[in-house]
Ligand binder design. Structure first.
Ligand SMILES: NC(=O)c1ccc[n+]([C@@H]2O[C@H](COP(=O)([O-])OP(=O)(O)OC[C@H]3O[C@@H](n4cnc5c(N)ncnc54)[C@H](OP(=O)(O)O)[C@@H]3O)[C@@H](O)[C@H]2O)c1
Length: 255
């Protein structure tokens, strides 16, 4: 860990578990004040905050259901108040659009409602998060979107999720073009299989687990810290010249 995020304010959506929790912990260890959002799991969000505080960092949790784009302006008003209390202003230095709902709707069982729910959280919310953050971003702010390896190598059993992640790649590209003049970088990190609640059943299936490990150049299932390390690089000063990119972090899955 370094302390290169000292004095920075970061917002991580979906910080109550999984990859988002690990990113929040990493940012706090690197010196940032970290806001984590959650949807239903306030206990998980409290655990993230407690873990950060126990390690000497600063964090707080905010609730927002990102299925509803209308919750986003309210979320930023709450963020303003919390940041003003802790830092004397509402400047936001790092936004990580990480929250993701499950939904492996396939061609035969998908409904329009399932399509909308997946796109709402994975693609629409990140766009409107950036819109609401525009007036709060510091001039060298960092936006990091969580994509997926499936955005470029789609899975037939998850066509809607794969398409939503392809949408986030395109938004990453176009927002980098739009915000570059302000010195703001916009990148996506595309994890491969990473051990979280999203794939407990996969990891409990010995044959599937073996197949994934065999298909991965580095020979193992990913850990949340593997993803947080890449996000931390993009958020740091060392990542200043990288923008508009989708960086796959999968241990070399199906190279
Ligand atoms: N794990 C993988 O293998 C993998 C691979 C590629 C990409 N990704 C991407 O990485 C990101 C994080 O995945 P993960 O595996 O860490 O997920 P996870 O462990 O299932 O956690 C999901 C997070 O998103 C939040 N969330 C879910 N629905 C929400 C909603 N309607 N509104 C607001 N927040 C909501 C959850 O909040 P609550 O706890 O309150 O429910 C939780 O904090 C996602 O974008 C995912 O698509 C993951």
């Amino acid at each position: 860990m370094s302390h290169n995020l000292n004095g920075k304010a970061a917002l991580v959506t979906g910080g109550s578990r999984g990859i988002g929790r690990e990113i929040a912990k990493r940012f706090a260890a690197d010196g940032a004040t970290v806001a984590v959002t959650y949807n239903a799991n306030s206990t998980g969000a409290d655990e993230t905050v407690a873990a950060i505080e126990k390690a000497g960092g600063t964090a707080f949790a905010l609730q927002a259901d990102l299925l509803d784009a209308g919750s986003i302006p309210d979320l930023f008003e709450k963020l303003d108040r919390e940041l003003a209390e802790r830092k004397g202003g509402n400047a936001l230095d790092i936004l990580v659009n990480n929250a993701g709902n499950e939904g492996w709707a396939n061609l035969s069982d998908a409904t329009p409602e399932a399509w909308d729910a997946i796109f709402a959280v994975h693609a629409r919310a990140p766009f409107f998060m950036v819109q609401s953050a525009l007036s709060r971003f510091s001039d060298d702010a960092r936006i990091i979107n969580l994509s997926s390896g499936l955005s470029t190598r789609p899975l037939p059993s998850a066509p809607v999720y794969s398409a939503a992640k392809a949408a986030i790649n395109t938004l990453t590209h176009v927002l980098a073009m739009e915000l570059g003049a302000r010195g703001i970088t916009v990148n996506a990190v595309a994890p491969g299989w990473t051990a979280t609640d999203m794939n407990t059943a996969v990891r409990e299936n010995a044959d599937m687990l073996k197949g994934i490990e065999a298909d991965t150049a580095l020979g193992r299932f990913g850990e949340t810290s593997d993803i947080a390390a890449v996000v931390a690089f993009l958020a740091s000063d060392d990542g200043r010249w990288v923008t508009g990119q989708v960086i796959e972090a999968s241990g070399g899955y199906r190279l």
